[in-house]
Write a protein that binds this ligand. Sequence first.
Ligand code: ADP
Ligand code: GLC
Length: 506
Amino acid sequence: MRVLQVASEVSPFAKTGGLADVAGALPGALARLGCDVTVVMPAHREVFTRGLPIEPTGWEFEIPVGTRKQRATIHQARIPGHDPGIAGAEGTPPVTVYLIGNDSYFDRPTLYGGAEDYSDNAERFIFFSRAALELANRFEQPCDIIHSHDWQTALVPAYQKILADNWPRLARARTLHTIHNMAYQGVFWHWDMLLTGIDWRYFNWQQMEYFGQLNLLKAGIVFADMVTTVSPTYAREIQSAPGGCSLEGVLSGRGDSLMGIVNGIDTHTWNPRTDLHLPRPYDATSVAEGKSAAKAALATRLGHAAPDSRPLVAYVGRLAEQKGIGLLFDLLSRLAGSGRAKFVILGTGDPRAEESLRQMAAAYPGTIDLVIGFDEGLAHLVQGAADMLLMPSLYEPCGLTQLYALAYGTIPIVRATGGLVDTVVDAGPEALADGTASGFVFDAVDGGALVHAVERALELHADSGRWLALVRRVMAQDWSWDASARKYLRLYERALAAEPVPARVP
Ligand code: ADP
Ligand code: GLC
């Protein structure tokens, strides 16, 4: 089966969050199952700064954007194949990545903008989505499945149907669109409809219109042959308010063409046995030594003379409302003064959150270490060093950070929402006894509930034998991509066997 993956960010080429991890790892996992996978992404400036081999292809073509034509220049690279001997990743064939370039759109310092989004984001991703199909239409072998991700590429399924005459070689393909976050829908001024080249008839409340504006994600949800999101619980949550962020009706209208498939871990990149960011890679038997070496390295990195003996509680992630930053503040202000734990926070995002965290860290020197910034290597070291990882998310479509924590023997403390429900089992007495426990789960959006969960974790941590047993058990869990990639493959097969969604106007 020939599968085209279309995404706005792909690890290791460009990344702002979990989407890049998924778009970088799922292709390899599908290739291991025998699919012939090609990836298409924008040639962001960041792509050329990572020292990865990238070649020009010499292909260039013009893409209509509104009444103008914009040039697409195609580069080529590969997602590296994986070394044999890495559990879950053996024999991954390298996957070809095409990078669609246009300097005026993509030669920019960040992917989507800074504190404010770039004002032409609609135009940039209309161009990219159309160029991806234009490119795929020129492949020697036509693709069977076109799999797009998030609002940035949500026009792909709509284009494949509505402008089908432009791309005859894609006519038989089926489309699947994956939603990674309902809060980002790509909602723009309605006049951006002109840039899409799609007839105004489609600008109606059942398809592309949304409270008078153009909604790109809605187009993807309506026109894709299959729609997925990144966990079964989130798939349920988005079919009613507030999870659906006003698209709950459209989502529930998709019936059994909407499914949740949990993300996996790229065991090549996130593997404590082989991780070069760790001073002493470790497995379940050497986790205690591995973690204490990582703690020492982290202490040095953060400018401390020696590591602390207190349990180390970490936060790694975007500083965004979604992540429960308010709860995190509450926790720190209630617990940092007690001296019972040490905290390390790595994140970047909302300037107000950054400023408030700076104040918090300054109030508890020696207890709260704060690194504002995006630092991939440090994220690995923190996962290796920490005993516990906080994820008090208000909502969480899947979450990868807690999966990385499990792999690194770092016990996650999470709120019961979305993918966190599907991946972490609370260490209540029963789950501890039957060996299914993997973390600490709380429910209420309330600092007290988070404090209580952390206190339970600290209590168990004090019993070092039981703690180590828990750590070893979570490290033995298998969150590699293979099981989830199989589920995608089954959906692709289902889509190919079914009638496509028509391009009709209701
Ligand atoms: P989301 O995609 O909502 O941000 P996920 O948990 O799915 O959340 O994925 C986050 C990814 O981004 C992980 O790979 C995590 O390690 C990484 N990440 C987030 N913030 C940072 C940061 N400040 N520095 C390094 N990596 C980060
Ligand atoms: C989004 C979600 C996160 C998910 C990631 C990858 O960024 O916020 O929960 O893990 O996408 O699917």
